[in-house]
Each structure stands twice: as structure tokens, then as C-alpha cells.
Design a binder for this molecule. Structure first.
Ligand SMILES: [Zn+2]
Length: 254
């Protein structure tokens, strides 16, 4: 895994930058693992049950975030927050119907497996991610009005025509009771900044969404949109390594 990660960085940024990145990741990882061996645990991952002193740092070219990734399941803050929301608030295990999971997150897999009455289609456009349906979100291979839940997080910022993908989500949803649960990386600015290309230095993103604008785009695609913030205490946020971010529950407008 680390070799393919290095080779991908080598292809995109050259050998010197890829080697520097590898050294930085190895050094930071060694420090965190030492802290986890020597110091008492005060962090916990709700997705896999790992406990320790620090999460791993997340390092890309031009970007470093400290104390982010679970050493066991690689969950990040938003995965852990969504895991708790799906389990405790949404009551996923009690849901029935059909769910479409776009770009499924590995750390949430145990939750989806524990929903026995939910028929689940995992979809992605890359074949090596263990999905059920190879598909582009701009052209979903599902009939209209057939899906009860679409789950899509931090995907649309990488999609060429995000408005088309939103309309596709609206088309496949079954009724006004069905819903799209979605989030994206929001810049904190009011408006969306379009790059016009896939920016390799920003995880391949094609745009940086403004918070109000992302919600407005969902509404323009045919949704009633409700913004949701996680209801977690300060102590839980610290314990689970969560920096709460807004996500959106969207139902088809009648
Ligand atoms: Zn974990």
C-alpha cells in the first residue's frame, strides 16, 4: 500500500517531492506510534474501537493535519462523526429499503453490514475499491424512483458536472420520504470557487464549495435541504477526535 502511495506521488509530483513526503510521513508516524506506546490512552475511535494517545497525522503535498487518522481503520474526523450519527441518531440498523453508497468509506463498513433490512449498492467509478456497481455519479445506472437513501460524502468537489450528479441523485430517489445525505469540503467563503481542472494538490478537487452556495446548488437540483450539525459534547469531540462539520439531509421537492 505504501509503495503504491509513493508511486502515485512520484507520478504526480516527481521523485524528489515524493521521497520528501515519504520521509515526513514515516517520521511523523514513528513519533505518534511512540506516544501511543508510552502514554496513557485518551482517544478512541468509535468505528473500530481503537484506543490510544494520538491519531496519525494526515500528510499530503502542501497539506498537513495533525492527530487525524485512526491507526487501525484510517477513519478521519468526519467518518467518526458520521459513524456516531448513523448509529445513534439515524438508527441505521433499523432502516429498510434500498441504499446507494457513493465512494464507500472503509471505516463505516461495519455499520452498513449491521443493517439487515437494507439492500445496499456500493458504487464508485474505480474497479479496485470493492464496489457492487461501477458507475459515474453523473450517469447512474438505476431506474428513477428506486432508491430510499443516497449516501455521498466529499465526492462532488471532484466531479466534473456536480449539478448533473445532484439531479441524478434526485432522479433515482424513491419518494419525498427518501433522502440524500451529503457533505462536501466547504471553504468557509460564501461562494464556490471553480478551478476548471482536477487540482492534484487538493486531492483532485475541481472546486472549493462555499457553504451557502453548496446548499443552493442542492436546492436548484430539486431538493428540500436541511443543514445538520452534529450534537456532540466538547468532551466527546476531544475523545473521538472530531471537529464537527455541517452535512445536509435532502428530500425531493413535491
Ligand atoms: Zn478506527
Amino acid at each position: 500500500m505504501i509503495i503504491s502511495w509513493f508511486r502515485q506521488n512520484q507520478r504526480e509530483f516527481g521523485t524528489t517531492l515524493a521521497a520528501w513526503l515519504l520521509w515526513r510521513v514515516a517520521w511523523r508516524r514513528a513519533r505518534v506510534l511512540a506516544a501511543n506506546r508510552l502514554l496513557p490512552a485518551n482517544r478512541e475511535c468509535p468505528c473500530c474501537g481503537w484506543t490510544g494517545r494520538r491519531f496519525l497525522d494526515y500528510i499530503e503535498v502542501g497539506y498537513t493535519a495533525r492527530n487525524i487518522a485512526c491507526p487501525r481503520c484510517d477513519s478521519h474526523s468526519r467518518h467518526r462523526a458520521l459513524f456516531l450519527w448513523l448509529k445513534d441518531t439515524y438508527k441505521l440498523s433499523e432502516k429498510k429499503g434500498t441504499a446507494l453508497i457513493v465512494a464507500p468509506e472503509r471505516s463505516l463498513a461495519p455499520l452498513w453490514s449491521a443493517a439487515p433490512n437494507l439492500r445496499i449498492y456500493k458504487t464508485d467509478f474505480e474497479p479496485n475499491r470493492g464496489v457492487d456497481v461501477l458507475a459515474d455519479v453523473m450517469h447512474l445506472p438505476f431506474a428513477s424512483n428506486t432508491i430510499d437513501l443516497v449516501w455521498c460524502h466529499h465526492v462532488l468537489e471532484q466531479v466534473e458536472d456536480d449539478s448533473l450528479a445532484m439531479r441524478e441523485f434526485c432522479r433515482v430517489l424513491n419518494s419525498s420520504a427518501a433522502e440524500l445525505v451529503i457533505s462536501a469540503g466547504l471553504s468557509g467563503q460564501p461562494g464556490t470557487r471553480e478551478f476548471g481542472f482536477s487540482n492534484k494538490k487538493l486531492s483532485g478537487n475541481r472546486r472549493a464549495y462555499g457553504e451557502a452556495d453548496f446548499e443552493a446548488r442542492l436546492a436548484a437540483a430539486g431538493f428540500e435541504v436541511t443543514a445538520v450539525t452534529h450534537d456532540l459534547s466538547v468532551d466527546d469531540c476531544r475523545k473521538y477526535g472530531i471537529n464537527p462539520e455541517t452535512f445536509f439531509r435532502c428530500r425531493k421537492r413535491d
